[in-house]
Design a protein. Structure first.
Length: 162
């Protein structure tokens, strides 16, 4: 079974969204055979990746970084989207961190990188804005020698923020 993980930004600018969606669909849609995907189901890239992977027939493994991870879903509909995707997961891995800190996010990203054959990164190429951000996980996966495929639209920057 092939295993693909994701790391990516929570905020995908509208100018990049269609490109990112198409890139994820292309990578996941051309895979033949059994496929397991790994995602923490954060808002943005993680949820988009998981939804497309499930449409393509993949088995979803959800990696929950902390006990209070539900507190990360604050905007209307975010928790519902998380719960819908989580309900379709084949497997759930819960890390032992009580609180959603940078250390917990890094550990979740590292778990995904450790357990996948390939990492997809929805990443603008900029440094992480906190421990466990996309750049940190891309760097970690590359140190492991894992193939990393970056999906992003050139010339588009993320808005300022976390």
């Amino acid at each position: 079974m092939k295993r693909i993980g994701v790391t990516g930004h929570r905020h995908i600018p509208s100018a990049a969204y269609r490109h990112v969606r198409a890139g994820l669909r292309t990578v996941l849609g051309r895979h033949e055979g059994a496929l397991e995907v790994f995602s923490s189901l954060a808002v943005g890239a993680d949820q988009l990746f998981a939804a497309i992977a499930l449409e393509c027939g993949a088995e979803l493994t959800v990696v929950i970084p902390s006990g209070d991870y539900p507190n990360d879903f604050t905007a209307p509909g975010e928790w519902d989207s998380f719960q819908q995707l989580r309900g379709r997961a084949t497997r759930e891995v819960r890390l032992d961190y009580p609180h959603a800190t940078g250390e917990a996010y890094y550990a979740a990203g590292a778990y995904i990188a450790d357990n996948c054959d390939r990492l997809l990164a929805v990443w603008d190429g900029c440094p992480a804005r906190g421990l466990g951000g996309t750049a940190d996980i891309v760097h970690y996966a590359r140190q492991l020698g894992k193939p990393v495929t970056v999906i992003w639209r050139d010339g588009i920057e993320r808005p300022p923020g976390p």
